[in-house]
Design a protein around this ligand. Structure first.
Ligand code: MG
Length: 383
């Protein structure tokens, strides 16, 4: 059987099941190797937040994320996508995006993940959280088949993980103080600002702790003079850097602001993909890279290398995610200067366990692939 014919038959017989049960299907490949078609299962799960999560952009009590199980033979890779409205994505659109490449996934050897993800990027416009879910499941599967944790696959030392910040969403002064107290074990906090009440928020935090702070305005300051005023004031409040002070589109204004302040300015909403980075060099000191913005671990790895080669600071962030998404990012964290990988800690019903935090430092799991387990299994295992 010629390769083209084999691909056609494999594709037409694809056993990929979305939203339903998983059906494994074995397919003989010509030549010496026997390969098994990968089957993919998706599920939308509601993650409940411990506290109502409020930023300049939105306020919510729960998030709906897309969970993926990719099975090939007796190995299953898990992935997660956390779509957000800022990027015009939601769990249903993410699920539909993966359905559209179901035949492709079933027909491609999962070892060829680089080629598969390139083709997925070519076929799907947008929907980066969906792409991230597939990418993470492929990487988890590769690590499991190799029997190594993903940090080892990428050649990284798990002792090099940075401290993660713990994020304090916008809230009343009383709740802000309570949240800061709850975050006692974290040596550095990330405070959401971007409103008229910024001074009051910082005063509430400072009434409870002297810890270093990092501040995220989420594009909240629309006026460049106001941004300079706020940043220079924040410098007197023990703040280490400011994330996305002005709207992503205001590149020139941000460049002007940067020339008037001493604190480093980090791009988040302005930095989604590898191609965004070069034009940010003069307006920002660093970039906040997220798997859900760029489409997975492979793309995030590329972004870290590009930013570093341009002399920029690097940070890994996350959305509201379970331990699957956060652990995937954490495996790359030995490469970056800063981490804000607390999305799993902000939810009350994390279905999984993976990366842990000890006094703020990220502790990577040693199991193969992501090293994540169902939370119930982890409990039974005594962790
Ligand atoms: Mg941010």
């Amino acid at each position: 059987m010629k390769r083209r014919e084999w691909l056609r038959r494999t594709s037409s017989a694809a056993a990929l099941t979305l939203g339903g049960g998983v059906t494994a299907m074995t397919q003989e490949k010509p030549g010496k190797k026997t390969t098994t078609a990968a089957t993919l299962q998706t599920e939308v799960m509601r993650l409940k937040l411990r506290h109502t999560w409020t930023t300049v952009m939105s306020s919510s009590d729960y998030r709906e994320n897309l969970f993926v199980r990719l099975r090939c033979g007796d190995v299953t890779g898990r992935g997660e996508g956390a779509p957000i409205v800022r990027y015009h994505e939601n769990a249903d659109s993410a699920r539909r995006a993966l359905e559209s490449v179901s035949q492709l996934v079933a027909a491609t050897d999962p070892w060829h993940f680089e080629k598969l993800m390139s083709e997925v990027f070519r076929r799907i416009s947008g929907e980066y959280a969906a792409k991230a879910a597939l990418d993470i499941s492929l990487m988890d599967m590769a690590g499991r088949r190799l029997g190594v944790p993903l940090y080892r696959y990428f050649g990284l030392d798990p002792d090099d993980t940075p401290v993660t910040t713990y994020s304090i969403g916008i809230d009343t002064p009383e709740m802000t103080r309570q949240k800061v107290r709850e975050a006692e074990q974290f040596p550095v906090l990330k405070i959401k600002v971007g409103l008229q009440s910024d001074e009051e928020t910082i005063a509430s935090v400072r009434s409870v702790t002297k810890k270093p702070l990092r501040v995220d305005a989420n594009e909240g300051w629309k006026d460049k003079e106001e941004a300079v005023r706020k940043i220079n004031w924040l410098e007197t409040q023990g703040v280490e850097f400011v994330e996305q002070p002005m709207p992503a589109s205001m590149l020139e204004e941000t460049r002007w602001v940067r020339s008037k302040v001493h604190l480093p300015i980090i791009a988040d909403e302005a930095c989604l993909h590898p191609t965004d980075i070069p034009r940010l060099v003069n307006s920002y000191d660093g970039v906040n890279i997220k798997l859900m913005k760029c489409g997975g671990m492979l793309e995030a790895f590329r972004m870290i290398q590009i930013a570093r080669s341009l002399g920029m600071k690097t940070m890994l962030g996350c959305m509201i995610e379970s331990s699957i998404g956060v652990t995937a990012a954490a495996h790359l964290s030995p490469l970056v200067d800063y981490a804000d990988l607390d999305g799993n800690l902000l939810i009350a019903n994390d279905p999984f366990s993976g990366v842990r935090v000890e006094k703020g430092k990220l502790i990577l799991p040693d199991g193969p692939g992501l090293g994540v387990m169902r939370a119930a299994d982890a409990h039974v295992g005594g962790e």
